[in-house]
Design a protein around this ligand. Structure first.
Ligand code: 5AD
Ligand code: FES
Length: 350
């Protein structure tokens, strides 16, 4: 039987929900390849070949929330908990700065111990010692007053994934105490205060449909965040979703690429989760529109305990090893490691 002659894929109209849905659902390798290539071209136009580095410090795995997908959820009694001291966190920053990183990302669960009174002196101390570095916080939902206080103390950026922009789907991933509305309020407050804001979502989380992924993209357009974190859902054995299938590489790459097309100047990481589901996952992300990597700066002895999902990579590697490894991966893609602060192309200080 003769195969049908290859027809050029119809152009993608980003304003059309039907077109985006078709892209989210297609299995056609040629169509997918064309999408990833055009996202790479858009990223090149705005950022050239550079890939920015963010030193990630996972400083506490205590969390008061109980998200069904997440390994550090309160209900996971099997997990050994840790919290780095403020001086240990500063030490991680020093190590990161010595490695050349100009952005620190302080990430943790929603740890009740990390009040404003605890966080503020920490942010001030980092700001005082590293006046030209970017300080990114990722501490979950807090009050507007808290976000304001930490901004005044010197934080520049805030990462808070929305996880899913669909109310009903949000309700299937979280206990009733957590509301999508509250999450969105936080994101808009952060933006108003003046943070560079990062939103994002998991791909392939349980019960997710193409229509919900479309809503995620439309929400990104509405919020216009400077950063977008997208990674596959990966089951963690000690959670309610521990036996659910994970998200796929192809679907995650498609969502990275579509996010790049919709938000051309966004900073988009090739996430650790992407590197966890495929050995070349991060490289594939970088060639599909991503332009950031986030090497881990946490002390090696706690790495495994920040167990959002199973089989997380880089838990045994020293920070310097990760830097060398990532540089090699970036160069193998024909891209260039860039150790500058890496502000959003629409937010560069003038
Ligand atoms: N698989 C993939 N990503 C996860 N996250 C939490 N749990 C998982 C999981 N099982 C992501 C969430 C969160 C970020 C810090 O990690 O999107 O916002
Ligand atoms: Fe950590 Fe490769 S990035 S070992």
């Amino acid at each position: 039987m003769r195969s049908a002659p290859a027809r050029p894929a119809p152009p993608l109209n980003l304003d059309s929900d039907a077109d985006l849905l078709r892209m989210i659902q297609t299995d056609d390798p040629a169509e997918i390849e064309a999408l990833l290539c055009s996202a790479h071209a858009v990223r090149r136009r705005h950022y050239g070949d550079g890939v920015y580095f963010r030193g990630l410090i996972e400083f506490t795995n205590y969390c008061k929330n109980d998200c069904y997908y997440c390994g550090i959820r309160r209900g996971n009694a099997k997990l050994a908990r840790y919290r780095l001291s403020r001086s240990q966190i500063l030490e991680c920053c020093r190590q990161g700065s010595a490695l050349g990183y100009r952005t620190f990302v302080l990430q943790g669960g929603e740890d009740p111990h990390c009040t404003d009174a605890w966080m503020e002196p920490l942010v001030r101390a980092i700001r005082a010692e590293f006046p030209h570095h970017a300080i990114t916080l990722s501490l979950g939902e807090r009050s507007r007053a808290s976000y304001e206080r930490l901004f005044r103390a010197g934080a520049d950026r805030y990462l808070l994934r929305h996880e899913t922009a669909d109310e009903a789907h949000y309700g299937r991933l979280h206990p009733a105490s957590m509301r999508l509305r509250a999450r969105k309020q936080c994101l808009f407050a952060l933006r108003e205060i003046g943070y560079q804001v990062g939103a994002g979502f998991m791909v392939g989380s349980p019960f997710q449909t193409a229509a919900e992924l479309l809503r995620d993209l439309r929400f990104l357009q509405e919020l216009q965040p400077q950063m977008v974190g997208i990674g596959p859902f990966i089951p963690q054995a000690d959670t309610p979703f521990g036996r659910c299938p994970g998200g796929t590489l192809t679907m995650t790459l498609k969502m990275v690429a579509l996010s790049r097309l919709l938000l051309p100047t966004a900073l988009i990481p090739a996430t650790t989760a992407l590197g966890t589901i495929a050995p070349d996952g991060r490289e594939r992300g970088l060639l599909a529109g991503a332009n950031v990597v986030m090497p881990n700066l946490s002390p090696r002895r706690v790495r495994k305990q920040y167990a959002l999902y199973d089989n997380k990579i880089c838990t045994g590697d020293e920070a310097a090893e990760c830097r060398a490894c990532l540089e090699a991966r970036i160069r193998r893609c024909g891209l260039t490691p860039d150790l500058s602060r890496g502000d959003c192309a629409d937010r560069r200080p003038v």
